[in-house]
Design a protein around this ligand. Structure first.
Ligand SMILES: *Cc1c(COP(=O)(O)O)cnc(C)c1O
Length: 386
């Protein structure tokens, strides 16, 4: 079988002027952080998402780390988050000494269960971290109400939620802080990269300082101070302008990329519907008040053994599908914090049963056809039966 017959899980892509802008960045002589392309990315995103304060970062991981510093997390403060998430959501707060309070997810959207969030609040809760799984919004009205009642901040992990909406408002712009990712597996990419949205206006100044190694260099460049110096905790969280040049070309095509992903998502959904009708698979749920950016396409098998067998079947046919996530609470780190398997039943069940299918901007119709054909073959259902 030739390499071209293989269907990868993800394939990084270019849509426009990525390489041209990188050349422009090199020729401009400013390839370090906060160059012309970082500013163009910030301006374009600010305009599109209607936010004033947005800083580009080296990753969503580091944007989350900045958020944890900005929330003044101290030893023993409690942070509520899903266990069904990427490890960076947890690490950012763990690094500051927080006690992680893992909460179960909803069985429909696979997002953190807003009722369980309310139940988990104590006098020590400082932050709630909704993770918008697959680009579908968490129940933000309820979560924001719970937070407001307890004087708690909300940090949205919108790594997967760029250009998606909850009740008409962009994900990542609803809480005090929001984080985005440009990792090569996300919707808009530059290899590695991220952004921090600062809705809580007074945090803006400190965010700039933390990102600039704890110095007031940004203020210095604006002429607000006459020399720059060490004023706070910080690190180097600014991305190279070479990467922002690549990203800017992607952001120029944000809607086109989103539209294409929607068509691919709908194609999988329509083609696999007969298997869902027979009860063999469960397809993704997108509530009508959520506008997804179609970050991924997943299916849920009826049990773990079926999922594993389906994954192996696809692998034998050179189709790369992947599972998601090993729950954080039952990982070695989670267990060292006193959690154990059995505590979050929905998370554990979904983790065993979920399979992500190949899904990326350049996915071709014949590739979808092949994936669908093989899934029907696995279930021994005629694929013209629908
Ligand atoms: C991808 C992802 C991250 C990390 O993003 P990076 O930019 O790779 O650091 C964090 N949280 C979630 C939910 C993600 O999907």
């Amino acid at each position: 079988m030739s390499a071209s017959d293989r269907i990868p899980f993800n394939r990084p892509f270019i849509v426009g002027k990525e390489l041209y802008y990188i050349a422009e960045s090199v020729l401009s002589g400013h390839t370090a952080g906060d160059g012309p392309f970082s500013k163009r990315c910030q301006a374009l995103m600010g305009e599109t998402f209607g936010v004033r304060n947005l800083l580009m970062t080296t990753s969503c991981t580091t944007a989350l780390e900045m958020a944890a510093i900005l929330c003044d997390i101290e030893e023993g403060d409690e942070v509520i988050l899903p266990s069904y998430t990427f490890v960076s959501t947890a690490n950012a707060f763990h690094l500051r000494g927080a006690r992680l309070v893992f909460v179960d997810i909803r069985p429909d959207t696979l997002n953190i269960d807003e009722k369980r969030v309310a139940d988990a609040v104590t006098g020590r809760t400082r932050v709630i971290v909704p993770v918008h799984y697959a680009g579908v919004g968490c129940e933000m009205d309820a979560i924001l109400r719970t937070a407001a009642k307890g004087g708690i901040r909300v940090v949205e992990d919108a790594a997967q939620g760029v250009n998606a909406k909850y009740k008409g408002r962009f994900l990542g712009t609803l809480g005090n802080l929001g984080t985005y990712s440009w990792h090569e597996t996300k919707n808009f990419i530059c290899g590695e990269g991220g952004a921090l949205v600062i809705k809580e206006e007074p945090l803006r100044g400190r965010a700039e300082i933390i990102r600039e190694k704890g110095t007031n260099r940004s203020q210095f460049f604006r002429g607000e101070v006459d020399k720059y110096t060490w004023v706070d905790t910080g690190s180097s969280f600014l991305p190279s302008d070479l990467l922002m040049a690549f990203l800017y070309a992607q952001l120029e095509h944000m809607q086109e990329i989103t539209d294409r992903r929607r068509r691919l998502h709908e194609a999988y959904g329509a083609r696999l519907a007969p298997l869902a009708d027979r009860g063999l698979l469960t397809l993704p749920t997108i509530p009508s008040h959520c506008e997804s950016n179609h970050h991924m396409f997943y299916v849920l098998a009826k049990d773990g053994a079926t999922r594993d067998a389906l994954m192996a079947h696809l692998k034998e046919r050179a189709i790369h599908s992947v599972f998601h996530y090993v729950p954080l609470h039952s990982s070695p780190m989670g267990r060292s914090m006193g959690y154990e398997a059995g505590m979050l039943p929905v998370t554990e069940s979904v983790s065993e049963r979920l399979l992500r299918l190949p899904f990326f901007f350049g996915l071709q119709q014949h590739e979808i056809d092949k994936v669908v054909r093989e899934i029907f073959a696995f279930f021994k259902v005629d694929d013209r039966a629908g």
